[in-house]
Design a protein around this ligand. Sequence first.
Ligand SMILES: *Cc1c(COP(=O)(O)O)cnc(C)c1O
Length: 813
Amino acid sequence: MPKTYTKNTMKQAIEGKLRRHFSREPGEASKEQIYEACALVIRDTLADHMIETQNQVEQNKERQVHYLCMEFLVGRSLRNNAYNLGLLGPMRDALADMGVDLSDLFEEEADPGLGNGGLGRLAACYMDGMATIGVRATGYSIRYEHGIFKQKIVDGEQVELPDSWLETGAVWQIPAMDDVREVRIGGNVNTYWNDEGKLVVEHTDYTPVLATPYDMPISGYKTDNVSTLRLWEASSPIPLDMSLFSRGEYLKAVEKHAMAEVISMILYPEDNHIEGQSLRLKQQYFLVSATIQDICAKHKAQYGTLENFARKHILHINDTHPVLVIPELMRILMDGENMGWDKAWNIVSQCVAYTNHTVMPEALECWPIELMQSLMPRVMMIVNEINERFCKELWNYYPGDFNRISKMAIVSDGVVRMAHLAIAGSFSVNGVSELHSDILKEKVFHDFYHISPAKFRNVTNGIAHRRWLCEANPELTGLITELIGDGFITHPSELQVLRTFGEDKKVLDRLAEIKRHNKERLAAYIKEHNGIEVNLGSIFDVQVKRLHEYKRQMLNILHILYLYNKIKDDPSAEFVPRTYIFGSKAAPGYVVAKRTVSLINSIANKINNDPDVGDKLKVVFIEDYKVSLAEMIMPAAEVSEQISIAGKEASGTGNMKFMMNGALTIGTMDGANVEICQAVGEENIFIFGMNAKEAENLAEGGTYSPMSIYNSNPGLRRVLDQMRDGFGDGKKYDSLVKMLLQGNGGPADKFMSLADFDSYVKAQERVSQMYLRPENWNYMSLMNIANSGRFASDRSIAEYAKNIWKVHTDFAY
Ligand SMILES: *Cc1c(COP(=O)(O)O)cnc(C)c1O
């Protein structure tokens, strides 16, 4: 029974929680206690819905979607859940009565960093979409004790601190002790044929790891359908007190205990890069094994058999990290259920669907055979068998073509190629933007596409527009609602109606005024945290995303220095003022990325303190970029920097958040930028640089020479020389300049910033000129908002549901 509240009943509920949970009268409760009391009130309502949803799924025997991902970057929950349940108003009023400001209270909540960037945030946006449009969905991940590190900038350098999100984040998680599973790692496997001619598999000497689930209810907008995010925590069933055992066994027991406990301790902080650590592979298998055992046990309890498994379940793997679902489900069906290979394979390959997220070789997972053999011996046997059968099948398509078959094999060159396993064992493979899906088909997985073209699809990424627009930008949402009604909240394509206001001067002025207010809010944050006074009349030009060479923060930096020199050369010349805002974490082991963070801070220091510059140019590095900061930054942004080298950014989702909040994109024809350009029209976006084909040709032609660009372009040359010498804080960036001009073992300027520099400078000039014509700028901004509906995750989820999962939704996009 869905519960609704008035101001007074809400107040009673909060006060009740304060008394019963903290033994506090409202007047004596701390802010943190009040936050937790509010969270508990909301959680109760969600828990009721969650049980109802689960009962319905069971009764109606509906097909369910299980979304597996090593990362869910969920962001804060209190505001999102209160908004979705329509309880923001009553809660705000009840708290005001108690003398507490609700927006203040939101800041009490830790921002759970259970992901690195786009991949994890996508998974979270999809949970929102699935809950809202009525897909019966469960997400599965790991309950990392420490999520992505907290970033501090000390003397211009990134310093990593541990993140302990559980202190205020645990309130959203409900432990389910009756669903604890045991995952077995390592050990030995013996197989023999028994008297009935059946293969018996004995697994001995393994390390048992307990997987305890914690369930986070995920609300949808104005619906009773609640999804569950199930986070597994690892612990050891082996007690530490082993005094009865001999010394050797005691040590062995302690070792096993420690190995188990460490599995859910930390999130690996690499984005778009593989870290070949054995702990990482253990984490992946831990997630997969606990999840599959859980789904199978529940299925069996309901149906008494796993034979109809594929009709009732979709196992969706977000990137290859959970790809061991394929051999793990084979293991359970064969060893546990006595199924033969073909029958088991039919089930597995009809329920697994795979989303690819990258084409970069350094991010395509390959694990050494010996490592997999030692950590999961039975799974490795099955992978070998899958590989053998797969290669035999390939032989039919490419008879005699050993070369091609060994390139396509799952197990080859001493490693297991996880993407090949994913393609072989799933019924659907999709990329995340049209361009990316085309590159998969034409290049990266071309030979696989050739033998099963129907398997390959595209689903362009989307974002939870209720979080990124409605909640993050309430003033803009108010204006939109006034103009076109509130239908867009559940039907984001209705934002298109805003196009009819393109000539309405009053509307465009209001849009500018709202942007101004959001800029003021961000400026206050910058003043408080960076001590920098920014010019509210300047263009807020923002690049926030993980620090990666392919994303080309470097190109942005080169241009800023170029502008700086222009001002220095003629301080009285006309200049359209800009505030450059960066936010970016670098993986701790990624030397070039960390050096780039330091470079941004060095130039910020130089430029911000130069009296010749004044308020024409400022550079701000916002530390610890995360979801809750993104929610403040996006609404304040005017220019969205999406400048990756074409062909490398699978989709991007930051680009969508900016657009939806009325920022104009300066970008390359990469990832979803291509579709953003299509949606808004070329006249409402600033496109520059090489396209994917041109970039590829230049890279492969072997003629690219950044040194000759350096020699022939004096402006760029000056910038690079300055970088080499440093900016007066004792730091030199000669190693970065060397990367650009000579390369460091690899190719020089691998991501071709110098090749696109001129084109970028010109595009930035067009941006500045346009800003001088506010009516045109505001029109463009409105067109971006109006055409952003197709980038809502509701649309992505509707496509997955209809084209891949074949499950019912309450409404289509
Ligand atoms: C959206 C988001 C990202 C992804 O940004 P891209 O520009 O698509 O790389 C990364 N981190 C956070 C915190 C986000 O909210």
